[in-house]
Design a protein around this ligand. Structure first.
Ligand SMILES: NC(=O)c1ccc[n+]([C@@H]2O[C@H](COP(=O)([O-])OP(=O)(O)OC[C@H]3O[C@@H](n4cnc5c(N)ncnc54)[C@H](OP(=O)(O)O)[C@@H]3O)[C@@H](O)[C@H]2O)c1
Length: 348
């Protein structure tokens, strides 16, 4: 059976979804929904699908059974709830939504209706990310001591000026953390486990005419007792690849996008040399460090494929709604701490 996928929104990431779906086995792009007839038609022509400007007509498309939400982050919930009510499975771009109440509304509505929700976190699907996850799960790092995420990126003032909603609390729900560093924050908590408490600063240091932070720093205490740091910025010229550092009593790894800058264990196994060789030049794009469009398609293709496979086999999707909510909960705790100056417990 082939799944019919429809996309809501016709912006930058919607195009990537359409291209990714084109490479997924067992799925086909069938429809697009836009606020504008012109944009709907142009998108449909580009990608070969049906064009809609009415949400109810879009949801009535006889071949549609998965809806992919590619609207501004603070406007994921409304189309998501309509799609759920129509019995469609959902793919939602990151962040799932910009408040925990809005995330929970999606998660609860989907559970009641019996449809599946997957939040996009394509970085989890890169080979290096998965090798690191498997190695953490095998316990090869010993006791986890430090877990850090560094996202020192660059976005020009024009980037914020261009988009009608970029850089606003209402639609972006935050800045360098909620929009850019969220991928690294999701990876960090995937490896290290739940963050218990955070203590943070957030500032606007390199831009004007934005409401949200362009730089934030947080110290973390994980539930397993390990400590860590999150640094996120869009004010750092020229922008560097995102870096995750996992350090334990028996080993350490530094992952820069898809490369390992360090991969060292007290008890080496034969595969370690192969891993160092394989992931020492694997990064093919700049990972969005300086250009929002410069992300590879591969992560999206793999995540869509995993979703379609899970539906076919009756399994839970790889990043379900609750899993996608975790990074949002951490980021909102960081914002709360930066605002109040207090240590804040993450609301899971
Ligand atoms: N996974 C990733 O790496 C990644 C990368 C970039 C973005 N994203 C996420 O994808 C989502 C969309 O981002 P984007 O960069 O694609 O944004 P974008 O280029 O501005 O596109 C958003 C689209 O949503 C539709 N839309 C519906 N209501 C809207 C409203 N009130 N204001 C503006 N647009 C509205 C618009 O399509 P119509 O006008 O045709 O209706 C617009 O083209 C965000 O949640 C973002 O965080 C994820």
């Amino acid at each position: 059976m082939s799944h019919g996928i429809g996309i809501v929104g016709t912006g930058g990431i919607a195009d990537k979804h359409a291209l990714a779906v084109g490479q997924v086995e067992g799925a086909e792009l069938v429809a697009v929904m836009s606020r504008s007839e012109e944009r709907a038609k142009a998108f449909a022509e580009r990608h070969g699908c049906r064009a809609y400007t009415s949400m109810s007509e879009f949801l009535d498309d006889p071949e549609l059974d998965i809806v992919s939400i590619c609207t501004p982050s603070g406007y994921h919930m409304e189309p998501a709830l309509e799609a759920i009510a129509a019995g469609k499975h959902l793919v939602v771009e990151k962040p799932l939504e910009i408040t925990l109440e809005r995330c929970d509304a999606i998660i609860e509505a989907a559970a009641q209706k019996g449809v599946k929700v997957m939040g996009i976190f394509q970085s989890r699907f890169y080979d290096a990310s998965r090798v690191l996850k498997e190695t953490v799960e095998k316990g090869r790092f010993g006791r986890l001591v430090l877990g850090d995420a560094y996202v020192k990126w660059y976005r020009s003032q024009e980037y914020y000026d261009r988009g009608e909603w970029k850089g606003t609390w209402r639609f972006d729900g935050g800045g360098a953390l909620m929009v850019q560093a969220i991928h690294a924050i999701d990876l960090l908590q995937w490896y290290m486990g739940r963050v218990d408490t955070v203590q943070a600063y957030a500032k606007i240091l390199g831009h004007e005419r934005i409401e949200v932070e362009d730089t934030a720093v947080a110290t973390l205490e994980f539930e397993n007792g390990a400590l860590g740091v999150i640094e996120g910025s869009t004010a750092v010229y020229p922008g560097f690849l995102k870096r995750i550092e996992i350090s334990g009593t028996e080993g350490s790894a530094i992952m820069e996008e898809e490369d390992f800058k360090a991969w060292t264990f007290a008890k080496e196994i034969p595969e370690d040399e192969e891993i160092r060789r394989r992931f020492s030049g694997a990064t093919r794009t700049q990972g969005g460090a300086a250009d929002p469009g410069a992300i590879s398609l591969e992560g999206h293709v793999r995540q869509f494929q995993a979703f379609v496979d899970a539906l076919r086999e009756g399994r839970e999707p790889p990043v379900d709604g609750y899993e996608a909510r975790k990074a949002v909960a951490i980021i909102l705790a960081i914002y709360e701490s930066a605002k109040t100056g207090r240590k804040v417990k993450v609301d899971y």
